[in-house]
Design a protein around this ligand. Structure first.
Ligand SMILES: N[C@@H](CCC(=O)N[C@@H](CS)C(=O)NCC(=O)O)C(=O)O
Length: 208
């Protein structure tokens, strides 16, 4: 049995749970009552992930952390070549956008998210907040240009696991109490993703 550790309000846990739903995979849930983020990692999680972060997945003896890696593992294990191609060229496009999400996009939202949602005193400087919002909007504009080119999903005409990790990111951006440009391709993409029955439960407005 596969177990997913982490509260469902976490954006990184939501990626994994959405993909499990896409795969029709029934998973056990653990350590989900903790309503962090708190200063101290949950001991149950720390025992599995030295970073003390969620999500963590266990599949028998196999313990895995890093949400994007977990998503690749689940898609690969399910043999879903449509979601994670085995062809190196097609696969590298999917992985490129997943890595971009985990590095460039994740980094770009940190100040704005921590300041606006977490109300972190360390992220409350108005100038830093304005710069953070502008940086996040610039990164999203790059995604908008890519989606404008493909006219559908991030790597082309079909849905892949890269769209799972980007879909929750787009949801977050659209639900931030901040000024943002009207990015038409991103907006159309979000509505396209919402037509998938598995996405809406993980795209709740109260969980940006
Ligand atoms: N790079 C990690 C980041 C994981 C991460 O930052 N998780 C957050 C929640 S989204 C976390 O565990 N925060 C502490 C907590 O919620 O207990 C991943 O993608 O899995």
């Amino acid at each position: 049995m596969i177990t997913v550790y982490g509260r469902p309000s976490s954006i990184n846990v939501r990626k994994v749970l959405w993909l499990c739903d896409e795969l029709d995979l029934t998973v056990a849930r653990a350590a989900q009552n903790y309503d962090g983020p708190g200063p101290d990692p949950v001991p149950e999680v720390l025992a599995l992930n030295p970073n003390g972060l969620i999500p963590v997945l266990t599949d028998g003896d196999h313990i895995l952390w890093e949400s994007n890696t977990i998503c690749r593992y689940l898609a690969g294990k399910a043999g879903r070549d449509d979601l994670l191609p085995t062809d190196p060229t097609a696969r590298s496009r999917v992985e490129q956008w997943m890595d971009w999400q985990a590095t460039e996009l994740n980094t770009s939202w940190r100040t704005a998210f921590m300041g606006l949602i977490r109300k972190s005193p360390a992220h409350s400087d108005p100038q830093a907040l304005t710069a953070g919002i502008a940086g996040w909007n610039r990164t999203m504009a790059l995604l908008d240009r890519q989606l404008d080119r493909t006219g559908a999903y991030v790597t082309g005409p079909t849905f892949t696991v890269a769209d799972v990790v980007l879909g929750v990111s787009v949801h977050r951006w659209l639900h931030m109490p901040m000024t943002r440009p009207d990015l038409a391709a991103v907006g159309a993409y979000y509505h396209r993703l919402l037509t998938r029955p598995a996405f809406p439960p993980h795209a709740r407005p109260d969980m940006p």
